[in-house]
Write a protein that binds this ligand. Structure first.
Ligand code: FAD
Length: 496
């Protein structure tokens, strides 16, 4: 309620926020979480909570009137269509040089992501977070994060036998024929559920292409893991459709201004609550936008000059390859990725073998590459337009394209195949306009101390992907979770 006071307030319900809420609650601290997206706990008129990837509807996009599908075209035809403006699950947030995809709702990115739960190979860690003790991360916090998230591995014998992973087996064959290491990656999907989907004994979910707009059954999102545990403590309250717009010092506490939204995105009420401690967990973009604005508008003038800096796209770039007619990838493709091609050390790219769950044979292999792109952008406050801008430029993706080509040029040469040119427009090979993996903007040990305490204000913390300086060498959420586990342990011991 307006005027209320809470000991600990968490902005956002993604990975960082969920870890903070659970561990604080277990330590006996009452926590209130504010989430701008919906609760995603109530079925729509079709009886399902989430829409299918093939049939986006009002639930699919955050306050857009037209879908903005990451794969915008097929055989040259645009796929996007009009939808009613609604507080949907996937935000395609446009900056001048890049579109950043993010999950909106209780569970953050876990609602929409591929569930690929990858602990980076240990030798790569010190380049990811140079100020963090490697032994502690690999002995304690990565194992704790993997356990908390419910990470498991696919049974390879089963994987080898099912139609829905034919696309991944084609990916393996092509990788191995070009002598690239093909690696299985862990996931948070319930593999037993997928077995039953294949057997036809339960409603189909991943095998029916559910993913990008939510998964109705088998994926262990944060709603089923950290947040379920957090709620079970009885100490965590969550307010969905509540967007934080300000955090200001007030008599030794913080006054937090919150807008309540309706499902069309209109503000129906503005409230102020106070908190002793505030955790920024609004994601790399959400946290960076808030802090950049609050510093520039003199609400939090004591934040240091590292705020808004060190943002990267985890080197994301997408592409498709056209296979020969005798090399089909399958009409039915499980939406949950299981493997990647690891050319990081030699060529700077780790390519996820991704599904194209269109429901028809496409003769295409599709990949999301994570690359060692060195470019970093900065957030700045634009007082004329009253918004935060990001300095990323589309041309900054060129290093990513070059690194991805270290894999796919070689595979194409070996297989006698070519790139698809119809998936991102008309005659466009590279999906270089987007990222799924925003990282940085309030970097650990720069904007904050080495545990996420913001410089300049005691009781303000960053605990999400904004702490990580732009790249994790693999998919990021396990590292975000493990870093949050590390930081909250120290913060609870020393600050509460
Ligand atoms: P988030 O999970 O983004 O959570 C932030 C939350 O804060 C959101 O719920 C947001 O709505 C809320 N919020 C923002 N601003 C405010 C505000 N002002 N007030 C209140 N609430 C606010 N990563 C992997 O590791 N493996 C994958 O397979 C993978 N696949 C992906 C696929 C897609 C399509 C996408 C979009 C992402 C994928 N990711 C994947 C990335 C992963 O989901 C993110 O890295 C992760 O969710 C970031 O965690 P976070 O805690 O930093 O923030």
């Amino acid at each position: 309620p307006p005027g209320a006071h809470v000991p600990a307030l968490v902005i956002g319900t993604g990975y960082g926020g969920s870890v903070a809420a659970l561990r604080l609650a277990q330590a006996g601290v009452d926590v209130h979480m504010l989430e701008m997206g919906m609760a995603w706990d109530t079925p729509g008129s079709d009886g399902k909570i989430f829409a299918n990837t093939r049939t986006p509807d009002y639930r699919s996009y955050w306050l857009r009137t037209k879908t903005k599908q990451p794969l915008s075209n097929f055989l040259g035809f645009p796929l996007d269509k009009d939808v009613p403006k609604y507080t949907g699950i996937l935000d395609a947030e446009d900056f001048s040089g890049i579109t950043v995809y993010q999950g909106r709702g209780v569970g953050g990115g876990s609602l929409v992501n591929g569930g690929m739960a990858v602990t980076p190979p240990r030798p790569r860690f010190s380049a990811i977070l140079p100020s963090v003790n490697v032994d502690e991360m690999y002995n304690t916090y990565y194992p704790r994060a993997n356990a908390g998230l419910g990470v498991t591995n696919v049974d390879q014998a089963w994987w080898n036998s099912v139609d829905c992973y034919q696309y991944a087996r084609v990916g393996r064959k092509h990788a191995e024929r070009s002598n690239f290491p093909f690696v299985f990656v862990s996931n948070v999907y319930d593999w037993e559920y997928m077995r039953q989907e294949v057997a036809g004994t339960v409603p189909k979910s991943a095998v029916d292409g559910e993913l990008l707009y939510g998964n109705n059954h088998g994926k262990k999102t944060l709603q089923k893991t950290y947040l379920a545990q957090a709620k079970a403590t009885g100490r965590v309250a969550i307010s969905p459709l509540h967007r934080v717009t300000s955090v200001a010092p007030a008599n030794g506490r913080y006054a937090v201004v919150v807008e309540q939204l309706d499902t069309s995105g209109n503000v129906t009420a503005t409230k102020t609550v106070t908190a002793d401690k505030v955790f920024f967990a609004a994601g790399s973009i959400g946290t960076s936008k808030l802090l950049t604005k609050l510093k520039a508008t003199n609400v939090l003038p004591g934040l240091n000059s590292e705020i808004g800096k060190g943002w990267g796209d985890n080197g994301n770039v997408m592409c498709g390859r056209a296979n020969h007619l005798w090399d089909p990838t399958g009409a039915v493709q499980a939406s949950i990725p299981t493997a990647g091609i690891d050319n990081w050390d030699a060529g700077g790219a780790f390519a996820e073998v991704a599904p194209l769950p269109t429901g028809i044979e496409t003769w295409a292999s599709f990949y999301l590459s994570i690359t060692k792109n060195p470019n970093r952008a900065q957030f700045t406050w634009n007082s004329t337009a009253n918004r935060v801008d990001l300095s990323w430029q589309t041309a900054w993706k060129q290093p990513s394209i070059d690194m991805a080509k270290s894999i796919f040029d070689k595979i194409n040469a070996k297989e006698g195949t070519i790139y698809r040119t119809d998936l991102f427009g008309v005659y466009k090979i590279w999906g270089d306009h987007l990222t799924y993996h925003p990282l940085g903007g309030a970097v650990l040990n720069k904007a904050t101390d080495n545990y996420g305490r913001l410089h300049g204000y005691s009781g303000l913390y960053v605990i999400d992907g904004a702490l990580i300086p732009g790249n994790t060498a693999v998919n990021p959420f396990v590292t975000i979770t493990a870093l949050a586990e590390r930081n909250i342990e120290r913060i609870i011991a020393a600050d509460f």
